[in-house]
Ligand binder design. Structure first.
Ligand SMILES: Nc1ncnc2c1ncn2[C@@H]1O[C@H](COP(=O)(O)OP(=O)(O)O)[C@@H](O)[C@H]1O
Ligand SMILES: [Mg+2]
Length: 175
């Protein structure tokens, strides 16, 4: 029998993501406040795990801690996070940046305030592919068009790079 947890599991049996005893606190006006205490989590490759809890229970904090995106004032006090055989806790920012957007992704709850308002959305979508060298500049732009179209954005070709002259054909027709 195959279960959701078996699918894609590493032949060695190790989960892709392991969180053990994670505690996170934030600096507040009254000292540090613990937002997450003692979280344990195993996620196999291909497995979908939902964190469910009331507002303020620490779902976002847990995700941010895993992705290394805690805001200033937030810190992991205890615990260990392992991803694909390497310990993330304490990994230098440069190494984390290599994983983020390539091996670990995070879709923010409110993209309206998470995207840079002075950059075209397509540029920001294409940036991920370019930073991780998954596509050439041109391919990244084309893929950004496709993804925006898939997301149902009206007139996606006009969004990534209408101001540029070296756009792929879809773009050129809109500029
Ligand atoms: N940047 C922050 N500074 C101080 N406290 C925070 C910050 N972000 C979240 N918190 C607090 O941490 C707790 C968990 O918040 P959060 O992880 O956003 O919960 P959830 O995503 O489950 O709604 C809440 O009490 C929240 O007020
Ligand atoms: Mg949240």
């Amino acid at each position: 029998m195959t279960t959701a947890s078996d699918r894609g599991r590493d032949p060695s049996g190790a989960p892709l993501l392991t969180v053990r005893g994670l505690s996170v606190s934030y600096r507040t006006g009254n000292g540090r406040a613990t937002a997450v205490r003692g979280v344990d989590l195993d996620v196999a490759a291909g497995e979908i795990v939902a964190l469910v809890g009331e507002s303020g229970s620490g779902k976002t904090t847990t995700a941010h801690a895993i992705a290394g995106l805690l805001p200033s004032g937030g810190r992991i006090d205890e615990g260990r996070i392992d991803f694909a055989g390497q310990e993330l806790t304490g990994l230098p920012e440069k190494r984390l940046r290599g994983l983020r957007g390539a091996a670990i992704g995070l879709v923010p709850q409110d993209p309206a305030v998470s995207l840079n308002p002075v950059q075209r959305v397509g540029t920001q979508v294409a940036e991920v592919l370019r930073i991780h060298r998954l596509a050439s500049r041109r391919e990244a732009r084309e893929r950004a068009h496709e993804l925006l179209a898939l997301a149902g954005l009206p007139d996606p070709a006009s969004r990534p790079c209408a101001a540029r002259t070296n756009c792929p054909a879809a773009c050129a027709s809109a500029s």
